[in-house]
Design a protein around this ligand. Structure first.
Ligand code: BGC
Length: 535
C-alpha cells in the first residue's frame, strides 16, 4: 500500500524559540533549550516542529526581521546547535519545519546597508523598493504599514523605501532575479542541513503592483491591515481584496519555482505551508494547487467564536475548498500572532475545540503552551516589545501576551524557564499550569492532548472524509451541537451551557471535560465539551 506523505495529516507543534526554554540563563529561549526539551515534545505525540525564526536578527520584530537568513543569531546559539537540534529531532522521528521570511529583510542585512550607501538608481537599491517621493515631499503612495503608520521611510538622500511592516523591515523587490536566486540559495542551505519543510511568512505579500498609485482607503484607516486579529473581519476582508500588495498572481509563479526545487530533493517529501491572509477564501486554495505548495494556513479558527453554526460553516468550507484542488486543510487555534485560544474563547471551550479539530482531516498546528491550556500572559505596557504596540503608540496592545515564555516546573515564576530574568514576565497564576504539575494530573490539559494525539494516530489519521450527522441532534440546534463521524469515531461537541444527552453508538474514548459517563447508546455530553466515541 502506498504510504501517505508525512505532512498530510501531521500534527505540527509551533515553537517560538525565544519563549520555549532557556539553556544558558540569559532570559531568552535558545536552540539548545529546544533540543533539551525534544523528548517532551515527542511525548506529546506530534509529528513535527515548526520553529519561528532563529536567524541573525536585530530582533525588532521577534526575529521576523532577518539580517542573515543563512546563519543563527547568537542569542539562539549557532549553526552547530541548529544541526544538533535537527539531528536529535530526526532521531526522535520528528520532522523540522523552518520559517522563511521572503517578503522583507532586516535593515541590518548587508544588502540593505549596501543599498543605503549606493544611492538612487543603483543595482543595490533595486533589490528593495526605493522610490522618489512626490513633488510635495510626500511618500510615493498612501500605503499603510500593517504595524501602523506609513509604509514608507525616507533616507537622507530623499528617496523612500517600502516596508509593509516595521521601518526596520524593508520589503524585497521580487521583480529582481537576484532576490529569487538568493532565496533559492537559502532554501537549499536549510534543506542541505536537514530541514524537512518551510512555513512561508507573508506568502501572499511578495509581489506588489501599482506602486505609483494610492490605495483607495475609503475607511480612512490609519492602520490598513493588522496581524493581531483585532481588526473587524469584514473591514479586513474589504481591504484584503482591494490592496495592490497582497495576493497578486505573480506570487504563484514564485511558488511553482520553489516547488520544483523542493521536488528535486528526491525521497525527502519536502513540504511548505503558506501564511496567506487572503480574501475571498477561494483564493487560498490557489497556493495549494498541485504544482505549488502543500498546505496553506486556515486562519478562520483563530478568530472563530465558540458557536456551532459558525464553526460548521468555516470547517465545511475549508474542507470543500481544499478538496477542490486535491489538498487537505490545516487547523490552527493559536499562534504567535494572535491571542491564545484559552484566553479568547475560554478554558473548557479551548479543550473541546482542540479535540474537535484533532479529529478533522488535514494537519493540526499546535502553538507551544496550548497543550497546557495556557492563557495569554498579563503584561504591563512597560513589558511590551511588539512593534505594533510601539508603532501604534500603545493603541494596539500587540502580540506579546501569546509570547510569554512557557512554565516548566517549580512553584514560583519563572517556573524553570530560565535561571535568569525572563524576557517577558511569566504570571505567578500559572503555578498549576506548569509541565511538571500537569504531567502529574490525570485531568490536565497536557494529558488530554497526549491521549487525544495517540488515539488520533490510531483511529483517525488517513481515515477519509467527515460525515456530518444530523440524526443524533434530537432537536438540538447546530449552534449548540456538532456531530460528525470519521472512520470508526463519532465526534460530538456540545457548545451549549447545558449538558446534552445524545444517541451515539460505541464507547467513549475521549472527553474534553469531566469524567466519562455512560458507554451505552445514550451519551451525556457535559456543557462546552467534546467527546470521541469509537464504534
Ligand atoms: C509573522 C509575524 C511577523 C510578520 C512580519 C507575520 O506573518 O507571523 O510574526 O510580524 O509576518 O514578518
Amino acid at each position: 500500500m502506498k504510504s501517505e506523505p508525512w505532512w498530510k495529516e501531521a500534527v505540527v507543534y509551533q515553537i517560538y524559540p525565544r519563549s520555549f526554554f532557556d539553556s544558558n540563563g540569559d532570559g531568552e529561549g535558545d536552540l539548545n533549550g529546544i533540543t533539551a526539551k525534544l523528548d517532551y515534545v515527542k511525548n506529546l505525540g506530534v509529528d513535527a516542529i515548526w520553529l519561528s525564526p532563529f536567524y541573525t536578527s536585530p530582533n525588532k520584530d521577534g526575529g521576523y526581521d532577518v539580517a542573515d537568513p543563512r546563519d543563527v543569531d547568537p542569542r539562539f546559539g549557532d549553526l552547530a546547535d541548529a544541526k544538533a537540534l535537527i539531528a536529535r529531532a530526526h532521531e526522535l522521528k520528528l520532522r523540522v519545519i523552518a520559517d522563511i521570511v521572503p517578503n522583507h529583510f532586516s535593515d541590518q542585512h548587508e544588502w540593505f546597508q549596501a543599498a543605503l550607501k549606493s544611492g538612487p538608481g543603483s543595482a543595490e537599491r533595486n533589490r528593495f523598493h526605493f522610490y522618489d517621493g512626490n513633488p510635495d515631499g510626500t511618500p510615493p503612495n498612501n500605503w499603510i504599514s500593517l504595524f501602523g503608520g506609513p509604509s514608507w521611510t525616507q533616507v537622507p538622500d530623499g528617496q523612500f523605501y517600502l516596508h509593509l511592516f516595521d521601518s526596520s523591515q524593508p520589503d524585497l523587490n521580487w521583480d529582481n532575479p537576484e532576490v529569487h536566486a538568493d532565496f533559492e540559495k537559502t532554501l537549499r542551505f536549510w534543506l542541505d542541513l536537514g530541514i524537512d519543510g518551510f512555513r512561508i511568512d507573508v506568502a501572499h505579500g511578495l509581489v506588489k503592483e501599482n506602486i505609483h498609485k494610492n490605495h483607495p482607503n475609503p475607511q480612512g484607516l490609519s492602520d490598513a491591515l493588522r496581524l493581531d486579529v483585532e481588526m473587524d473581519t469584514e473591514e479586513r476582508n474589504a481591504l484584503l481584496v482591494s490592496v495592490p500588495f497582497f495576493d497578486r498572481q505573480g506570487v504563484h509563479e514564485i511558488y511553482r519555482q520553489w516547488r520544483k526545487l523542493f521536488d528535486s530533493y528526491k525521497g525527502r517529501e519536502v513540504m511548505a505551508v503558506a501564511e496567506a491572509w487572503v480574501h475571498p477564501p477561494e483564493n487560498a486554495t490557489r497556493y495549494v494547487r498541485s504544482d505549488e505548495l502543500q498546505q496553506v494556513f486556515n486562519f478562520d479558527l483563530l478568530t472563530a467564536p465558540f458557536d456551532g453554526e459558525f464553526l460548521f460553516d468555516v470547517i465545511n468550507r475549508s474542507i470543500q475548498l481544499n478538496s477542490s484542488v486535491g489538498a487537505l486543510p490545516t487547523w490552527a487555534l493559536s499562534n504567535h500572532d494572535s491571542p491564545r485560544v484559552a484566553t479568547r474563547i475560554g478554558d473548557s471551550e479551548s479543550r473541546a475545540l482542540a479535540l474537535f479539530v484533532f479529529a478533522l482531516p488535514g494537519s493540526a498546528y499546535v502553538f507551544a503552551g496550548q497543550e497546557l491550556g495556557l492563557p495569554d500572559g498579563e503584561l504591563q505596557d512597560t513589558d511590551r516589545q511588539d512593534p505594533s504596540f510601539i508603532r501604534s503608540k500603545g493603541r494596539v496592545k500587540g502580540r506579546d501576551g501569546a509570547r510569554v515564555p512557557l512554565p516548566w516546573n517549580g512553584d514560583t515564576t519563572p517556573f524553570g524557564f530560565t535561571t535568569g530574568k525572563p524576557w517577558l514576565p511569566l504570571n505567578q497564576s500559572w503555578q498549576k499550569l506548569t509541565v511538571e504539575n500537569e504531567k502529574a494530573d490525570p485531568q490536565s490539559s497536557l494529558n488530554l492532548f497526549r491521549e487525544a494525539l495517540a488515539l488520533r494516530a490510531e483511529h483517525l489519521v488517513n481515515k477519509g472524509d467527515v460525515q456530518w450527522l444530523e440524526s443524533p441532534l434530537h432537536g438540538a440546534k447546530r449552534k449548540d451541537l456538532l456531530v460528525f463521524k470519521r472512520g470508526a469515531v463519532t465526534v460530538a461537541m456540545n457548545l451549549s451551557e447545558l449538558a446534552q444527552e445524545v444517541s451515539i453508538e460505541g464507547q467513549v474514548i475521549m472527553l474534553s471535560a469531566g469524567s466519562l459517563d455512560s458507554n451505552s447508546g445514550k451519551k451525556l455530553i457535559p456543557a462546552r465539551s467534546c467527546i470521541w466515541s469509537l464504534n
